[in-house]
Design a protein around this ligand. Structure first.
Ligand code: BEZ
Length: 420
């Protein structure tokens, strides 16, 4: 079966393992590589021998990311950011050449277990890097725990991944869903808002992101007057926007990302609410989306662990290199991909390039202190980032830095039994 990719209008094969042509891929930033899509029964797949380090075999990185659907651009930029770091290291991590397998998870949680099993058991990758969607990530985390596979989560914020399901072999280079939202509670309260409505998609990330905001906002003294939701990945926002107009809250806080964020921001502005009921969001609302949102996004304030114009040498170098290689502006997803490779590099260097030297690899990753484009990045006992969360405002088509909303934000890692 073929499906249309909304980002480019190209058609992508699903449900079969295939060699992707350059023209099939959703943006020109990806080279010709193996792309596998959809869930295929393991029984049909042939087992490949695991390459031996002693034979100088390359490190096999399995990307399980959305290359199609509403989160396609997010997956592509994570992939591109990871490869940028590897290219800057001469095509190597920890001294080992790197090869890639790509799997399009389509942001479908129902295929997550089969897809992850395929990378781990059939393709025998050394490390899985994925994914974007929290529901898919939860399936991946369970397989990673069962098979003791090394997993680096470069976006999905599912709180449980670094909460009750934390594990020595699972790291996250992005955020927990709680993390960029909790600080927004105080920001909005301090801006004078007391009664706020929230709106998001009805799935794990939506509930957890709005939960983080509600915790911060009620702690500051505010009240969430209504929690509006719609199914993933639906984009029919009109009825909910009408409800907001009727409710007349002081402001709205939301979580949308990718294609859904583009449409929501445009619909909200078109309804004429942007001035009377200011729209706020976690930064995914306006990251990687501003070109498509245009004037509708100007003035929107968000909180995130990144701002386009962060004034540090690592960010300047990253943005210049990404633009030179990919031809597009970098964003938080590209940063998270880049940092995933950087984290793995730290671990592999300590382990002499041998992924099987787990204690050395993991202990080095746990202690990593990365000079990330987002600012200083370290990891808590649950392997979730400790990082600044910034208040940003869209100005002239960029997520401009306003202030540090909260410094060194550390997710509470509720339920994680790993010790420091
Ligand atoms: C999530 O599902 O966890 C997610 C997706 C897009 C942006 C941020 C979080």
């Amino acid at each position: 079966m073929q499906v249309k990719n909304r980002a480019t209008g190209t058609r992508v094969q699903r449900g079969a393992i295939r060699e992707a042509r350059m023209s099939d891929l959703v943006t020109p930033l990806l080279d010709r590589r193996k792309l596998v899509t959809g869930a295929v029964g393991l029984a049909a797949a042939s087992a490949l021998p695991r390459p031996a380090l002693a034979q100088g075999a390359p490190l096999k990185v399995g990307f399980m990311l959305p290359y199609s659907g509403t989160y396609a651009k997010l997956g592509q930029f994570i992939d591109a950011g990871f490869r940028l770091y590897v290219d800057q290291k001469g095509g190597k991590l920890g001294g080992r050449a790197v090869t890639y397998v790509q799997l399009d998870d389509e942001s479908k949680p129902e295929n997550g277990t089969d897809n992850m099993n395929r990378l781990v058991s059939r393709d025998k990758v050394d490390v899985v890097v994925g994914t974007v969607h929290s529901g898919v990530a939860m399936a991946m985390v369970k397989v990673a725990r069962d098979t003791n596979s090394l997993l680096i989560i470069p976006n999905a914020g599912a709180n449980d991944a670094t909460g009750p399901l934390c594990a020595p072999n699972i790291f996250r280079t992005s955020f927990s869903n709680w993390q960029p939202n909790f600080p927004m509670g105080k920001v909005m309260y301090d801006a004078g808002h007391r009664n706020v409505a929230t709106i998001t998609r009805r799935y794990a990330a939506g509930a957890e992101q709005m939960g983080g905001f509600k915790e911060g906002f009620t702690k500051a003294g505010g009240k969430v007057v209504e929690e509006l939701t719609l199914p993933f990945p639906e984009v029919e926002f009109q009825a909910l926007i009408t409800r907001i107009a009727t409710l007349k809250p002081d402001a709205v806080h939301c979580f949308f990302a990718g294609g859904g964020a583009v449409k929501f921001v445009k619909d909200y502005a078109a309804a004429g609410l942007a001035k009377s009921i200011p729209l706020y969001g976690s930064g995914f609302l306006t990251d990687g989306t501003l070109e498509a949102q245009g004037a509708a996004a100007e003035g929107i304030k968000t909180t995130l662990h990144y701002a386009d114009d962060l004034d540090n040498p690592a960010n300047k170098a990253f943005l210049a290199a990404f633009k030179a290689k990919v031809g597009q502006e970098g964003d938080i997803y590209a940063v998270q991909g880049f940092d995933s490779a950087a984290l793995l590099d730290v671990g592999l260097t300590a382990a002499g390039g041998d992924v099987a030297a787990r204690p050395k690899l993991i202990s080095a990753m746990e202690g990593a202190k990365l000079d990330s484009p987002r600012g200083p990045l370290s990891f808590n006992r649950a392997h979730n980032p400790i990082q600044n969360v910034y208040l940003r405002e869209v100005k002239n088509g960029r997520n401009a830095y306003v202030a540090v909303a909260q410094a060194n934000v550390d997710d509470p890692a509720r339920g994680c039994k790993l010790s420091a």
